[in-house]
Design a protein around this ligand. Structure first.
Ligand SMILES: O=C(O)C(=O)[C@@H](O)CO
Ligand SMILES: [Mg+2]
Length: 257
């Protein structure tokens, strides 16, 4: 079985954020991920990790003004200075949290902007982020996210485009974060997609569809996909980024099985 990380922005939300680390450990997780650590000083987050004895697996670069609806900066031509600052902030946290992976949100497609300009900006920004994170041996992830249900207007909303962008960025420490829930909504054909691209996949996330609930609650046959990841020699993490149908603990039956 792959290694599973609890996504603390989705799981254990029954308790305040600092308490979720210990809850995840008590449920058997050895790694955690979440959207953003920036509301807390890095050394405090490091203490929560240490006292729960869990690994920091992944977090996101600052996304711009999340509350105002922004979903990343990487493709936005007018925001390259801010993007570079966001890389430095995430780098500081990654160092303190001893984190080897960060996810770089692409951003929403700005009205009236040429697609080629967005791609040029994204590639330049990703190269910059990759070179900065290489200094601490960390990898930068890009994630295709469905724009039909969860993130309307998201620029990187196509799995094939994600793999093509990796080639354009051309940095060995930039990989694809394959969120199988989004990939199912975008295109399906999950097993073939994994098999054809396993070398470019740096992180996997899971939830079932429809509903984005626990594995086993919907149409995706996760036992088959976990076996496939094992068979293909995937040694990375699988982030549990789903919305529990009732409580987090009550919904962990799929993991015990
Ligand atoms: O929404 C997702 O899926 C994610 O993985 C987030 O990190 C992006 O907001
Ligand atoms: Mg995801």
């Amino acid at each position: 079985m792959p290694k599973f990380a609890a996504n603390l922005s989705f799981l254990f939300t029954e308790v305040p954020f600092p308490e979720r680390f210990a809850r995840a450990a008590a449920a058997g997780f050895t790694g955690v991920e979440y959207l953003f650590p920036y509301d807390w000083p890095a050394h405090e987050v490091a203490q929560w990790l240490q006292s729960a004895d869990v690994e920091q697996v992944l977090f996101n670069l600052p996304p711009g003004d999340w509350a105002a609806g922004e979903r990343g900066l990487a493709c936005l031509p007018q925001r390259q200075g801010e993007f570079a600052e966001s890389v430095e902030q995430a780098l500081d946290y990654a160092m303190v949290l001893d984190c080897e992976r960060v996810h770089c949100l692409a951003g929403l497609r700005p009205a009236g902007c040429d697609e080629a300009m967005l791609e040029t900006t994204f590639v330049a920004n990703l190269r910059h982020a990759a070179d900065r994170f290489a200094t601490i041996g960390a990898t930068v992830m890009i994630e295709p996210i469905n724009s039909r249900i969860d993130m309307p207007g998201y620029w990187l909303d196509d799995v094939g485009k994600g793999f093509r962008l990796l080639q354009a960025v051309d940095r060995s420490n930039v990989k694809l974060q394959l969120d199988l829930y989004h990939a199912q909504i975008i295109q399906g054909d999950l097993a073939r997609t994994i098999e054809a691209n396993i070398g470019d996949i740096g992180h996997v996330q899971i939830a079932d569809n429809p509903g984005r609930h626990e594995p086993g609650s919907g149409e995706i046959h996760y036992p088959f996909l976990f076996e496939l990841l094992d068979r293909l020699g995937y040694t990375g993490w699988v982030g549990c980024e789903y919305k529990p149908q009732t409580t987090t603990e009550a919904g962990l039956g799929w993991l015990r099985r």
